[in-house]
Design a protein around this ligand. Structure first.
Ligand code: 4NP
Length: 145
């Protein structure tokens, strides 16, 4: 199972999700892979936002090696599940679609964008993502025959 989290900039929501899910699947010894990227190129090549790094560190999630990437059409082939972290992310994803069948792999989980807020917003964002990751793990495990 290869899971991709996609947000807009790949510096706030999706790096948190990648780090949190990776930690959880490692603790459960699940053979899944997890990655993240963003639909825009504004922060490509940059580390995560300092507020993202801070909230992750506080929760024992290491994302120091994160480098922001942009979504590319081949990701539809590469991943089994693509999680758009807001409706506007899903809208932006449309520019990479070359075949509507690619959208079968895509789900939307709306997580409030913390970018314009303060550190408290990142704490809320982290909690919402951590809760979602628990649900996601249960859902994926339930798919197994
Ligand atoms: P993210 O947050 O999509 O969760 O990484 C954002 C980061 C940057 C911008 C918007 C959202 N931006 O407009 O630069």
């Amino acid at each position: 199972m290869k899971i991709l989290f996609t947000c807009l900039g790949n510096i706030c929501r999706s790096p948190i999700a990648e780090g949190v899910l990776r930690k959880k699947i490692s603790a459960l010894d699940l053979p899944w892979q997890v990655a993240s990227n963003g639909t825009n190129r504004f922060h490509k090549g940059e580390p995560a936002d300092p507020r993202t790094i801070s909230v992750c560190k506080k929760n024992g999630v290491d994302i120091n090696s994160h480098i922001a990437r942009r979504f590319k059409t081949s990701d539809f082939k590469e991943y089994d599940l693509i999680i758009c972290m807001a409706e506007d992310v899903f809208d932006e994803l449309q520019q990479f679609v070359t075949d509507n069948a690619q959208l079968k792999k895509v789900v939307v989980k709306s997580i409030k964008d913390p970018w314009y807020g303060n550190q408290d917003g990142f704490d809320e964002c982290y909690q919402a993502i951590a809760n979602y990751c628990d649900i996601l793990i249960d859902e994926i495990r339930a798919l197994k025959p």
